[in-house]
Design a protein around this ligand. Sequence first.
Ligand code: SOE
Length: 393
Amino acid sequence: MPGPSLNVGLIGYQFMGKAHSNAWLQAPHFFDLPLHPVMHTLSGRSLAPLQKTAKSWNWQHYTQNYKDMLTNPDIGLIDIATPNNAHAELAIAAAEAKKDVACEKPLARTWSEAKAMHAAVKKAKVNNFLWFNYRRVPAVAYARQLVLQGRIGRIFHVRGLYLQDWIKSPNTPFVWRLSKSVAGSGSHGDLCAHTIDMLRYISGEEFTEVCGTFETFIKQRPLGRMLEGLTASSSGSQKLAKVDVDDAVLFLCRLSGGGLGTFEATRFATGYHNANTLEINGDKGSLRFDLPNFSFLEFYDDTLPASEKGWRKISCTTANHPYAGQYWPPDHPIGYAESFVNTAADITSHIANAKKPADFHANFDDGLACQQILEAVTVSAKEKCWIKTKEIR
Ligand code: SOE
């Protein structure tokens, strides 16, 4: 019989709702946790898909009113896996109800929402967690260890790419990720947020100055399901919705260690479906992670004898690599889903060990820092100039 429990209340049942449901379900099977995470209540707006998801994932209860979870003394953690326009209301309400809060990325749609969410969890002194799941990919966590060991040295260059191509066709219907009022931004907040956070995590450095540009290649799309607050126009019999977010973003940056960086995120990189790539070049070596090669970290050790130098593909699938040893024998790879399982396990352990909120990574401090960089890029693109991130207040 498991020991004391952590009763989880999850809000959201679509893509991230399923990723988080799986994470809470699997974590106690692969990690020896001091608390047993219990899939207590699932909340969502539409009854039929809510009931279906709750049943298929074995949530004990479900409710269409998330506030039921805030007033339930049994629920310790509110986990937010909704579209971005609900993050602020839900996180602030959960903090005010003195519940620990976990939230999907990006923290918010806007800088001002992010500040309000950050202030709420600080005032409530509750644990706060951000699902930047790629931090817990074994190869990415191992990259962090190599940097901490000094194996890269002074960082000269960083290169972050997040390439998808799912909306390249003009026939792809309009969805919430293409609406500014729901998502806040397009590829910028959805994808760049990941590479920005990965660089902050792996390098320990900060973005000091940025200069960016955005593009929306296809400016209106056939309306799929009507989204609240959307204005649609008609072309013949077809209803069209205006795309008011970026399809692609590119930006240059300067880093606190003196290095330079280039970042790109797009949903129009034909042939790439979810390629999240980060490369770091330092005076002692270089690192490269590429999500389609999930298990591997490429490492170039420039301190080796000249005859031995060369790029190595390290298979991060052994007990010597973070998280990998929790699952299968070497070269039996885990995948995208397990980056969420690893996150759920660490959230559970953090709560069990009653550590300080700031001791967990990524938390709302990281979310706010990411949002400040996203906002600085947005301002730089509008003003067509370099912007210092500290100018964003
Ligand atoms: C869609 O772009 C998406 O699902 C992102 O929202 C996720 O954060 C990313 O991990 C995969 O692609």
